[in-house]
Design a protein around this ligand. Structure first.
Ligand code: ARG
Ligand code: GLU
Length: 712
């Protein structure tokens, strides 16, 4: 162990001088500090071209799409690109048996055919300002955490009120660097956004969940929307009179593609990272919580797979559940692998040794001296509660029967005093819940999952610290059998009957149902034994993390720090490049249509190839969208630091022209949310030439390409 530590420290020292191209999610308004490095890496434009409040810049073309993804404007008529998986909900809402846009794709052949998407909005950042000084006014070191928070909230409220008077935009203020800095954001929200086009799922989701997080990848993960405004260009609710939004800037599109080693940057809305955690926290996440979650989910997925393979109906019923469980499963597997492969915990420990020495090195660093010990103490204290939470979420509530019963908890608690209209509303909502639940419910799966998960829950959680229901179990098989046979929540007719004729006395029936009792046992345990501890320990931890962040910045005054992702607009840059995920294995940086043909399998849902696409492939009818090597490039990887929320983000070349749309990362490097390693962390983008080829040659929607500015 000592030895290992020595070697790692040595590696750290040796590599300290080498710039870690790729790492960092930079604040666009401060990009002038990165400009030199970006230009040395090949960038031909300036920081001002990317973000400016004095003239139009690339930022005017970037939006937060639907609250969770990124989109970019690619024409003077508000045409917008994002991922297929970002537009999915809205494509689905417009789909029916007669118009199955998910399966067949959809293309508006003129503006009149575009489909309004109620509930969808896009947000443009108009300006950003550093308001740290204003927000931290009146904050002193001797304040309690509550006093500090109250003062900050008050300052934020007053600042927003003052700025709101002078701007038409929506004003918000967000903490950066874990509360050491505050920035004000002026946003403009457009709510008339219409669906213009999307490829069929066997292009937009090609490879499905099998290929999710995986390279080599062949997904045409894009969809097309259009932003509408009133005739003055201002946001307006949907109206037939609205006109396409004219942006201050739209992105130009390059047909040149990217070569290995080329500079590239991503401009978008990363959601959440935790790059400045202490070693103990990374260890806890990567080596305790994630592996448990991965193990439980893996076992659930095995059961799903077994039944899904046997029956096409079950395959469809469990497809979306499989996707959402599988997304985290594969990602967290990658986090653990990556952290260990990279010796992430040991590297953090080596840094902490230096930090502690530094803290002891001068009197005015006294506040940092106990920090690392306190982290250790608080995270260790948190551990049993985190585990209790993890098992409740991943074992208990993963049982569909229990989860479903829980949806009726409120209704089971109504009394004589509950207004009838509230009851009616609950009953109505539950009727929809019931319909959706049973449409996709297959009891044999749930029984097997329940038997497995309850067994795991029992094994893992100590008898004196777990929900009571577990302590009543003598034989798991027998218990699950009785639970499922006696509960009414496995029987659609019974549940419907209760809802159709709901009377006050039915609350007893609901409350006494064995599945409801299991649910209440878990929730009760969580509320009384777990929740308060999680909240108060996390309060301590947040305060310490803020201080540790400041300490790291004080200790390394010459290092350029970037704030953790917080769903604000960021620039991140690196190179187009492949990687070596393992000894002896090398990944090229791009894939082609040939790979789609290699993966083709008409019997496997994820790998069905559209006849039209095959025809274009056979004729090599790629037009101007072919690479100069003659093939059709589909996707490519780059060493650019991205995370969830960056889906749909533009990846741009040295000139600031669009090369593709970011949509995923390689699972081997998903630890980049905690630690970035330029050797194995890669984002995945769909090549813009494949996007245009599909729009133009496959869908025949050439008029959309004609709206764009294409650089050949
Ligand atoms: N892994 C990507 C992202 O987080 C894509 C998810 C959607 N695609 C899918 N095949 N499930 O979150
Ligand atoms: N698919 C992710 C998203 O929906 C992006 C992948 C990532 O986590 O990097 O935002």
């Amino acid at each position: 162990m000592k030895h290992l530590h020595y070697i790692i420290t040595l590696i750290l020292i040796l590599s300290a001088g080498i710039a870690k191209a790729g790492e960092g999610m930079w604040i666009p308004m401060l990009l002038q500090y990165n400009e030199k490095e970006m230009q040395e890496m090949g960038m031909k434009i300036t920081a001002e071209d990317i973000y400016s409040i004095n003239h139009s810049s690339l930022k005017d073309a970037i939006v937060l799409f639907g609250g969770g993804c990124t989109g970019e404007i690619v024409s003077d008529y508000g045409l917008l690109l994002t991922n297929h998986h970002c537009g999915y909900d809205h494509i689905q809402k417009h789909s029916s048996v007669e118009h199955d846009y998910l399966t067949n794709g959809f293309w508006a052949m003129n503006r009149g055919e575009e489909l309004p998407c109620p509930g969808l909005s896009v947000i443009f950042l108009r300006e950003m300002r550093d308001v740290t000084e204003r927000i931290l006014t009146g904050i002193t070191v001797d304040m309690s955490e509550d006093e500090r928070q109250a003062k900050i909230e008050d300052n934020i409220k007053k600042t927003i009120a003052a700025i709101e008077k002078e701007t038409p935009y929506k004003v918000s203020i967000k903490p950066f660097f874990l509360g050491n800095e505050y920035y004000l954001l002026l946003n403009e929200v457009y709510t008339d956004v219409r669906l213009v086009g999307c490829p069929p799922s066997n292009i937009g989701k090609f490879g499905g969940d099998t290929d999710n997080w995986v390279w080599p990848r062949h997904t045409g993960d894009f969809s097309v929307f259009r932003v509408y405004a009133d005739k003055d260009g201002h946001p307006a609710v949907y109206s037939a009179d609205n006109v396409p939004y004219k942006p201050a800037k739209h992105l130009d599109i390059s047909l040149k593609g990217a070569e290995e080693g080329d500079f590239a940057f991503v401009f978008g809305y990363p959601a959440r990272t935790n790059e400045y955690l202490p070693a103990v926290a990374v260890d806890q996440e990567a080596n305790l919580i994630d592996p448990i979650t991965v193990d439980l989910r893996g076992k659930v997925l095995d059961i799903y797979n077994k039944y899904q393979e046997q029956d096409p109906k079950v395959r469809i019923q469990y497809a979306s559940k499989h996707a959402s469980i599988g997304n985290g499963w594969k990602k967290w597997m990658g986090v653990t692998e990556g952290i260990n492969h990279f010796h992430g915990v040991e590297k953090k420990q080596a840094f902490e040794k230096d930090f502690q020495e530094w803290a002891l090195g001068a009197r005015n660093r006294y506040m940092y001296i106990d920090l690392l010990n306190n982290f250790e103490k608080n995270y260790k204290e948190l551990e049993p509660y985190e585990l209790a939470y993890t098992y409740m979420a991943e074992a208990g509530l993963r049982i569909e029967l229990i989860n479903f019963a829980g949806r009726f908890a409120k209704l089971s608690e109504v009394t004589k005093d509950t207004p009838q209209e509230d009851i009616n509303r609950m009953v109505d909502n539950l009727k929809t819940t019931v319909k959706n639940f049973f449409k996709d419910y297959y009891e044999p799966i749930d029984r097997e999952v329940a038997t497995m998960l309850i067994g795991e829950y029992l094994k893992a959680q100590p008898a004196d610290f777990r929900p009571d229901f577990l302590n009543d179990i003598k034989d798991v098989d027998d218990y699950v059998d009785k639970l499922f046979s006696k509960s009414m929540f496995t029987d659609e007719a019974k549940v419907k009957d209760v809802l159709d004729n709901f009377k006050a006395k039915d609350t007893k029936k609901l409350a006494n149902d064995p599945a409801m009792k299991v649910y209440q046992s878990m929730i009760g345990f969580y509320r009384s034994e777990v929740y308060d501890h999680i909240v108060s320990l996390n309060d301590n931890i947040d305060r310490m993390r803020r201080l540790y962040m400041k300490g790291q910045m004080d200790m390394q005054p010459d290092k350029r720090f970037y704030p953790d992702a917080n769903f604000t607009l960021r620039v991140t840059y690196g190179k187009v490049e492949g990687f070596k995920p393992q000894d002896g294995k090398t990944y090229r940086h791009f894939t082609t249509l040939e790979g789609i043909m290699e993966k083709e399998n008409p019997d496997i849902y994820d790998y069905v190839v559209e006849p039209k696409l095959k025809e274009l492939y056979n004729k090599k009818d790629y037009g101007r969208y072919a690479d100069k090597d003659g093939t059709m490039h589909v996707a490519f990887t780059a060493s650019v630091h991205t995370t969830g929320g960056n889906s749909g983000s533009p990846i741009l070349n040295a000139e600031g022209q669009l090369l593709g749309l970011n949509f995923d990362r390689c699972w081997e490097g998903t630890m980049s949310d905690l630690i970035y390693d330029p050797d194995i962390c890669r984002n995945i983008s769909v090549d813009i030439r494949y996007v245009l080829f599909i729009i133009d040659k496959f869908a025949g929607a050439r008029h959309l390409v004609d709206e764009m500015t294409i650089v050949e």
